[in-house]
Design a protein around this ligand. Structure first.
Ligand code: MG
Ligand code: MG
Length: 390
């Protein structure tokens, strides 16, 4: 069995929430090379998307392996030390626990992992995509995953015999702290029930997707931890990572990326408090847009039977995405014209995890109930005898 682990965290940025420094990247790369030489990992790639470092690792320890998660945590600690030494902003911001006990989930970093049998005859090759998003939550993948895995409108491949039975979604309640609270729903017959949940990207996220034609074959994994359910307050955005296997018994890369041409609105952005469109960008891009426009990168890899990674293809870095980038920027400028009002900002329940709740609480204290403003009070007043006149 082979495991793909993509573990991602923000442990510091240059001049704000832009990108990690080359010193942080160098430190992380050195640790990854050592782990490959020591045999912990078979192979790795190191990227960043905005201010998040992403460690893509191949190994034979299975999903959720303590030694891999502990290793990733220590890489983020080393990168944090560099960030602190360089005076970078938000150094170590996603390392919320002192040290996790063998699993970074619930400690701050996001992890997407898939384990599979690399000798399975149903998969003669193992192409896959890694999506890394910054300045948005895990629910940012709800729209593209629902459309691709339930609707032939976006994925004509669903009509082929190997995908006709559809896919099983594992949806997680991201507002539930502690143990995972999940529901399994089968597409296509429960695609409407899926929509009922996935429309709320702040609460529900797609954790896993599995083939129904080929039970036991997992096609997608997404990090679904939310930092506020760990820390109880806003600690930066939950910037997700997803791994999606492609081709053959699964949708093709060109189908998997098609919904991203929408530049759909997602929750996130500046202070994690706004709605803005998701812009596809090159891997290793900085966040530099007004109001921290949320960004997503997509990288394609192949993998051989030993678990060695190919070089990468920067899918969203291609010029064919220029038109979507322009559209995303225009949509962003349009919604920001209405400032803080209505759907431009997140619902107040989401903002309550941030310092916004303090501002709101101060105003709550100044509200007063106006006497005589209810129907009952007015009726009572009419019954009272009029004051005697002289
Ligand atoms: Mg940051
Ligand atoms: Mg980030």
């Amino acid at each position: 069995m082979l495991t793909l682990s993509a573990i991602k965290a923000d442990v510091g940025g240059i001049g704000g929430h832009t990108q990690p420094s080359s010193g942080m990247m160098d430190a992380a790369r050195q640790r990854l090379e050592e782990a490959r030489d020591d045999g912990l990992l078979i192979d790795f790639d190191l990227t960043h998307t905005g201010d998040d470092l992403c460690l893509l690792m191949t190994h034979r320890h299975g999903s959720g392996a303590a030694q891999v998660h502990d290793f990733a945590w220590s890489v983020f600690e080393d990168a944090t030390s560099i960030a602190q030494g360089e005076g970078l902003y938000g150094a170590g911001q996603d390392l919320l626990a002192d040290a996790p006990s063998g699993n970074v989930r619930g400690a701050g970093p996001g992890a997407a992992e898939i384990t599979f049998d690399e000798t399975d005859p149903d998969r003669t090759a193992e192409p896959f995509l890694v999506f890394t998003a910054d300045k948005c939550g895990p629910g940012a993948f709800n729209f593209p995953f629902w459309t691709v895995f339930t609707s032939p409108l976006y994925c004509a491949g669903l009509m082929l015999p190997k995908m006709r039975k559809g896919f099983k979604f594992v949806v997680v309640d991201m507002e539930h702290a502690g143990a995972d609270r999940v529901i399994e729903l089968n597409a296509p017959e429960e695609h409407v029930e899926l929509a009922v949940l996935l429309r709320d990207e702040n609460r529900f996220g797609v954790k896993e997707i599995w083939s129904r034609n080929f039970p036991g074959q997992q096609v997608a994994s997404t990090s679904t931890d939310r930092l506020h359910t760990i820390a109880g307050e806003y600690k930066g955005k939950d910037d997700p990572v997803a791994i999606v296997r492609s081709q053959n018994i699964f949708p093709a890369p060109e189908e998997l990326v098609s919904p991203f041409t929408t530049a759909h609105y997602v929750a996130g952005d500046a202070r994690g408090s706004h709605h803005m469109p998701l812009m596809p960008v090159s891997i290793n891009s900085a966040v530099a847009g007004p109001y921290c426009l949320p960004i997503v990168a997509c990288v394609a890899y192949s993998l051989n039977e030993e678990g060695k990674l190919s070089e990468r293809v920067d899918i969203f870095g291609n010029q064919v995405w220029d038109n979507t980038r322009r559209k995303a920027q225009e949509k962003a400028e349009e919604i920001r014209k209405q400032g803080f009002v209505g759907p431009a900002m997140l619902p107040v329940q989401e903002l309550e995890y941030s310092a916004f709740r303090t501002s709101l609480a101060e105003l709550e204290d100044r509200f007063r109930v106006v006497k005589g403003s209810t129907e009952a009070e007015r009726a009572q007043k009419e019954k009272e005898p009029a004051p005697a006149s002289d």
